[in-house]
Design a protein around this ligand. Structure first.
Ligand SMILES: [Zn+2]
Length: 226
């Protein structure tokens, strides 16, 4: 459905969502996503209330300018847990993201797309780390006291053997999920065994007999995903 409001032509998408969202693509296309039950009057009202913002945002796009980092990244392919998605940076009134089967949409106001993108990756990864920590806490009794997600260049994770504080590499969000599963278990095993000796390997083997092939997969295929 297309709505014509003021001088704007707005594409409407009805989706299984609760909130309305108005976005302006870098190419100037405008669209609204709205809940399935929304009617034209409601959608129009939503847009009319935001006309000032819409005018300003469209004006900014029409001024020729040096391409920003986010405009360069827009449309590029990224892997999220091993599945390829198209990265879309969209101007919106509210910061946030949406992960669909094919797309990774990053919504941002005031051209902070890069930052929102990185935060979204952190949120997505943190949620999964919590899931695997919980899974192994129940399955093994091993626990982490707290963790951070950050850029790590030479390792996938680390564990402080005294405090059981852990760090995980943000790049794990791009690898297939079984990789994160392994890294979480690996760091948890360090709460029992500080080094990578025979006892450590035995512990890993107990909870993940296929751990060696996962480790090999990660070493071999890192460049495919990141
Ligand atoms: Zn280790």
């Amino acid at each position: 459905m297309i709505l014509n409001i003021d001088e704007f032509e707005i594409q409407v998408y009805l989706k299984k969502i609760y909130n309305f969202r108005l976005v302006v693509k870098p190419d100037g296309n405008i669209y609204v996503s709205a809940p399935l039950y929304a009617d034209v009057a409601e959608i129009s009202e939503f847009v009319v209330k935001r006309l000032d913002w819409l005018k300003k945002t469209v004006e900014k796009i029409n001024v020729p300018q040096k391409k920003s980092e986010s405009q360069i990244a827009d449309g590029k392919k990224v892997f999220i847990f091993g599945k390829e998605r198209i990265l879309n940076f969209v101007s919106a009134e509210k910061n946030g993201y949406e992960l669909t089967d094919e797309n990774f949409n990053v919504y941002s106001k005031n051209n902070v797309a890069e930052k929102i993108y990185e935060n979204s990756l952190k949120i997505i990864l943190t949620e999964k780390i919590n899931y695997y920590l919980q899974k192994y806490k129940i399955g093994t009794g091993m626990e982490c006291s707290s963790f951070t997600v950050k850029k790590m260049t030479s390792r996938w994770g680390s564990c402080n053997v005294k405090t059981h504080k852990m760090s995980f590499a943000i790049d794990l969000v791009m690898m297939p999920e079984f990789c994160l599963d392994y890294v979480v278990l690996h760091e948890l095993c360090h709460t029992k065994v500080p080094n990578h000796g025979a006892n450590f390997k035995m512990l890993l083997f107990t909870y993940k007999p296929e751990w060696k092939s996962v480790k090999e997969f990660m070493n071999k295929n890192r460049n495919l995903y990141i």
